[in-house]
Design a protein around this ligand. Structure first.
Ligand SMILES: O=C(CO)[C@@H](O)[C@H](O)COP(=O)(O)O
Ligand SMILES: [Co+2]
Length: 221
């Protein structure tokens, strides 16, 4: 398994984002958290910011929408050039229609679930998606502690993906550190979002290398 490390710019310096993007150039994708103060109690930025980041980023953008009504808003993020657009199952009226639209525009389609949301109803929809995001904290803020109680969902997803033969990336987001990345990788994740452990602890490039090494050393099946 090749692990993907996607640093989240949520804890980066918003006044110097071009520089902050350059500091993570050895990662795989840039994770961009979009929050609307409705779906989650926090506010970040929107489509125009994604468009601007896309122009200067050395890496493709992995957009995580924590917003109400993704049926209306998600396609716009694909239209401005996001590599992947992941929306929350809890907020979507018609997840399959959104995913089809995203793919039609040319983005990878992702579906996310909060820690308390059952993944089983979504397993049969896997062919419609390129990635599934299992939140390992309550969405809304960086710097929270990893919830190991979410790991059984990764097991179910990994089993379903293997059985289907599909190439669906399994992503975790929240509280990922050199320690917790091992737990998530062994549970079946292959794509790891890390905010504070990349930007708030030493140099981002060495943090990315350490996370990569920890994921590679995990005993995956
Ligand atoms: O989506 C979110 C939070 O809702 C994340 O992408 C955070 O940005 C992760 O931050 P850390 O938990 O790694 O500090
Ligand atoms: Co996120």
């Amino acid at each position: 398994m090749t692990a993907r490390i996607n640093p989240s710019i949520l804890t980066a310096d918003f006044a110097n984002l071009e520089h902050e993007l350059d500091r993570i150039a050895t990662a795989d994708l840039v994770h961009v958290d979009i929050m609307d103060n409705h779906f989650v109690p926090n506010l970040t930025f929107g489509q125009r910011m994604v468009e601007s980041l896309q122009r200067v980023s050395p890496l493709p953008l992995d957009v995580h929408l924590m917003i109400d009504d993704p049926d209306r808003w998600a396609p716009g993020y694909a239209e401005v050039g996001a590599f992947s657009v992941t929306f929350h199952a809890e907020a979507a009226a018609d997840p399959v229609a959104i995913a089809r639209r995203l793919r039609q525009i040319g983005a990878r389609a992702g579906i996310a679930v909060k820690p308390g949301t059952d993944i089983r109803p979504y397993l049969e929809l896997l062919p419609e998606f390129d990635q599934v995001l299992v939140m390992t904290v309550e969405p809304g803020f960086g710097g929270q502690s990893f919830m190991e109680s979410t790991m059984p969902k990764l097991g179910l997803l990994r089993e379903a993906v293997s059985a289907s033969g599909l190439d669906v990336w399994l992503q975790v987001d929240g509280g990922i550190t050199e320690q917790t990345i091992t737990i998530a990788a062994e549970a079946g994740a292959d794509t790891f979002v890390a905010g504070s452990s990349v930007y708030n602890v030493g140099e981002p490039a060495s943090q990315i290398a350490a996370l990569r090494a920890a994921a590679a050393a995990a005993h995956t099946h």
